[in-house]
Design a protein around this ligand. Structure first.
Ligand code: NAP
Ligand code: 3JM
Length: 345
């Protein structure tokens, strides 16, 4: 890609929960855009989306959509990325892909700018955005990894329905209304749209996100395991995850237990987290200060609190890590990668 004053951007999945946030961020951050192309499926062809006071008509994404595109930001599901990302690369675009399609490919860098931005240079046209739950956890763990090394991670997630798309948000809101009105609930999407059995999400916690793998972990849990090792470029990290969907609209929360390789000093841990890029510490038990999903909504940072020693393990630490899953967990991480790329071309 050549250095330019303004870049041509395509957003694929422009009508979706992530795509809408990408468009909002491109606008808010005044990303240097020449032409903006908004793409979705044939269902949304002709819809109008506002950007900087102008109206943009959504087009159907096809292999021919990417002529003269510099950055193609994909968030339209794995199968759309598999069908179209290589066409975008052949047309000369850099693809920043929000889906699971290419994350574990050896020639696709998996990037969280605060953690491993330098790997992005090795791209062959596609850069992958990790899963939302992985992004916020590794952003918080990065300063501890660099200072002490990480032996082991045990993470449990408390994930919002917006991570499963805008239809899942509607499902939670509808079920909530139905329950409050004493009506029977309708179940259509959760936990996994493509599976036949559905579960109640309103006023509930579902310990299944994405399909089950052969080892009885869900794919979401295995995304966290595999992606964390790839992002830190360290297969020796031991990590086990339990991913849970909550009846919450926005913001993923995580209980992260980490065993470091070296002994730590708690004051230094807090100071490292305080100074880490993309991280904000909210931790004052005496004033009941800790991160909350409702308070992280709309913000770009990863919030860390409830930082405390494991009382039985000298190198163990517990913490509570919260972020807006559609921002740092998806749209912001992607736009941030694009911002960093144009700084270095
Ligand atoms: P969503 O609200 O359901 O939106 C899906 C978007 O994809 C819509 O714009 C939809 O367009 C479009 N789309 C669907 N099929 C398409 C096709 N065949 N061709 C072109 N566009 C198509 O879902 P979302 O929450 O925005 O998530 C979208 C994708 O982003 C997910 O499937 C996932 O892979 C990824 N994601 C990643 C993260 C992350 O952690 N990095 C988080 C959430 C989601 P129509 O309006 O035409 O249907
Ligand atoms: C988050 O292929 C699909 O339908 C997408 C499913 C999905 C994913 C995924 O696997 O790409 C929904 C929500 C993710 C993700 O970030 O991994």
């Amino acid at each position: 890609m050549k250095k330019k004053t303004n870049y041509n951007i395509a957003v694929i999945g422009a009508t979706g929960a992530v795509g809408q946030q990408i468009i909002r961020l491109l606008e808010q951050r005044d990303f240097p855009i020449d032409k903006l192309k908004l793409l979705a499926s044939s269902r949304s062809k002709g819809k109008v989306v506002a950007f900087k006071g102008q109206e943009f008509v959504v087009e159907e994404a096809t292999p021919e959509s990417f002529q003269d595109v510099d950055f193609a930001l994909f968030s339209a599901g794995g199968s759309t990325s598999i069908a179209l990302a290589n066409h975008a690369v052949e047309s000369g675009a850099i693809v920043i892909d929000n889906t699971n399609a290419f994350r574990m490919d050896t020639d696709v860098p998996l990037i969280v700018p605060e953690v491993n931005l330098e790997e992005a240079k090795k791209n062959k046209g596609i850069i992958a955005n990790p899963n939302c739950s992985t992004i916020q956890m590794v952003t918080a763990l990065k300063p501890l990894y660099d200072r002490y090394g990480i032996e082991r991670i045990i993470v449990s997630t408390y994930q919002a329905v917006s991570g499963a798309g805008s239809q899942a948000v509607n499902e939670l809101l509808n079920q909530t209304k139905q329950l409050l009105n004493g009506e029977e609930i309708t179940k259509g999407i959760l936990p996994v749209g493509s599976l036949p059995v559905k579960k109640q999400i309103a006023f509930n916690a579902i310990p299944q996100i994405d399909v089950f793998e052969e080892n009885d972990y869900t794919r979401e849990e295995m995304k966290m395991v595999r992606e964390t090792k790839k992002i830190f470029n360290d297969s020796s990290i031991k990590i086990t995850a339990t991913c849970v969907r909550l009846g919450v609209v926005s913001g993923h929360s995580e209980s992260v237990y980490v065993e470091l390789k070296e002994d730590y000093d708690m004051e230094e841990v807090v100071s490292l987290l305080n100074n880490a890029p993309g991280v904000k510490v909210v931790d004052d038990p005496s004033n009941q200060a800790y991160p909350l999903a409702t308070e992280a909504a709309g913000k770009l940072d990863v919030f860390v609190g409830r930082i405390r020693k494991d009382l039985d393990h000298p190198r163990g630490i517990n913490m509570w890590v919260v972020s807006d899953n559609l921002l740092k967990g998806a749209a912001w991480n992607a736009v941030q990668i694009a911002e960093e790329m144009i700084k270095t071309v």
